[in-house]
Design a protein around this ligand. Structure first.
Ligand code: NGQ
Ligand code: ZN
Length: 462
């Protein structure tokens, strides 16, 4: 099998019995593909000889926030420690997990996470990449060694990559020195500029891929550092963690008199180029101002639930016209459908209501969530999505022969996919026009999974 991301797709067409296009559902859709992009979209046309065919076609979704290596610790932190567990005790375990991780491990973990993303309907990933240095905190001979491993994994697997090299310098607000556990993350502003330059060279050959910047959080970056790295973004996106935990909000207020989102809105020039990841803890005023800024909220509902972060004020935010994308963050579980379901369920549980995020009367919740995540996701990672001419040919199909899809059409298919466990029915995934997942399995799964098992065994049991 050829490397899916290197070869330019030969001209091919895919025929769907129905597909979700930017203006809604259409029947008998024939998508022509050339050079990895969508060259034509025809409606109401019959399958032609030589076409690939599938039942329901959906556009591939962007995963706006991933720490790929954390896939390796999924399921290993669900055991109570000596004291009450929290985000902060989880973070200690995570720091310990990264302690001895080698470049080979990082590549193996990222490749595994990325095939699982493709199998789940994510065709592009924003990798918030902060594990830069060797286990002693010394830069590798090549400053971008670890970034190169992320890029290699994305290239091998064929997922589109928005690489977000992270600037991380402190352990708390006001420029506190970094802790021992953070030694692999730390760069000076000059080093960071070189890392970004190297990252751009690494990503340039990958189709539909790009580089942004990522000041880690206001905990990890001073205002001076933020101003210094901001111009390095060029046209790329800017991602930052914000207001995920109450303690973080309290520390920020003690330091500046402002809450994290408030501080960013007042001082950082937040606009459409920005993605504020989490934004869990906001006042109503912050929520409305964030929405009005045009920035995207990078919501990671599964991780936010897993880490006990809190509930994002999605009703207020969407009501004020806010945009969101979804991220798999810790990668404890990788699923487009389950992220969207968890987002809606957190709001239902809080408000004791149903169909809370549906876009209005008689609208489908699944469709609203899917449309928002598609649009916000594309904005946040700086790449086009959608089944339309000129966009990368990134799509997935849901095989509706499973009984759960009986007698459903249009938005009911999306609602069933999201709320009734349709995840298992993802059949084919096209990335840059090539089939990278067939019958629900990534074409390189065997090889990548074998490497993942060996790396994890060595890391945990050697
Ligand atoms: C991260 N994770 O960057 O992986 C963080 C933990 C930190 C989340 N915020 C590290 N969920 O916050 O310093
Ligand atoms: Zn994160």
């Amino acid at each position: 099998v050829q490397n899916p991301s290197q070869a330019v797709a030969s001209d091919v067409a895919v025929h769907f019995e129905s597909a979700l296009l930017p203006d809604g559902w259409a029947s008998d859709v024939r998508v022509g593909i050339a050079g990895g992009a969508i060259a034509s979209v025809e409606r109401d046309v019959a399958l032609r000889a030589g076409d690939e065919s599938a039942s329901v076609g959906l556009p591939g979704v962007a995963n706006v926030h991933s720490h790929a290596f954390q896939r390796g610790m999924a399921g290993l932190t669900e055991h109570r420690g000596p004291n009450a567990d929290s985000f902060w005790t989880w973070r200690e375990l995570m720091y310990r997990f990264v302690g001895r991780l080698t470049p080979d491990d990082a590549e193996a973990f990222a490749a595994q996470a990325y095939i699982e993303m493709l199998e789940a309907g994510f065709t592009r990933v924003g990798e918030f990449h902060y594990l830069h240095h060797d286990p002693d905190g010394r830069p590798y001979a090549d400053l971008a060694e670890m970034a190169a491993r992320v890029v290699a994994a994305a290239e091998e697997v064929g997922i589109a990559l928005t690489l977000l090299p992270v600037f991380y310098a402190h352990s708390g607000f006001g420029g506190k020195p970094p802790s021992e556990g953070q030694r692999r993350f730390i760069n000076s502003v000059d080093q960071y500029a070189r890392l970004l330059e190297a990252s751009r060279k690494l990503v340039a050959p990958l189709p539909h891929s790009t580089v942004g910047i990522a000041p880690h959080s206001l905990r990890a970056v001073t205002p001076e550092e933020l101003s210094a790295i901001r111009p390095l973004a060029g046209d790329g996106p800017i991602h930052i963690h914000a207001a995920e935990q109450i303690r973080e909000v309290e520390d920020c207020t003690a330091w500046s008199g402002m809450r994290p989102v408030e501080w960013l809105l007042n001082h950082a020039g937040v606009d459409r180029r920005w993605c504020l990841v989490h934004g869990t803890h906001m006042t109503d005023v912050e929520t409305v101002r964030f929405a009005a800024s045009g920035a995207v909220a990078g919501l990671c509902p599964i991780t936010e639930g897993n880490l006990g972060d809190g509930v994002f004020p999605a009703t207020g935010f969407l009501g004020a016209g806010g945009s969101f994308g979804i991220g798999t963050d810790s990668n404890v579980l990788i699923s487009v459908a389950q992220e969207l379901r968890q987002l809606e369920y957190t709001q239902r549980l809080r408000d004791r209501m149903r169909n809370v995020l549906a876009g209005g009367p008689n609208r489908s919740t699944g469709r609203t969530l899917f449309d928002c995540a598609l649009k916000g996701g594309a904005q946040a990672i700086g790449l086009r999505t959608g089944i339309e001419v000129g966009a990368p040919a990134d799509m997935f199909s849901v095989a509706t022969d499973n009984a759960i899809f009986s007698a459903r059409s249009g938005d009911q298919i999306l609602d069933t996919f999201i709320f009734a466990g349709g995840d298992c029915c993802i059949d084919t995934v096209w990335r840059a026009g090539r089939r990278v997942v067939i019958g629900g399995r990534h074409i390189h799964r065997d090889k990548i999974e074998a490497r993942y098992r060996v790396a994890l065994d060595r890391l945990l049991h050697a």
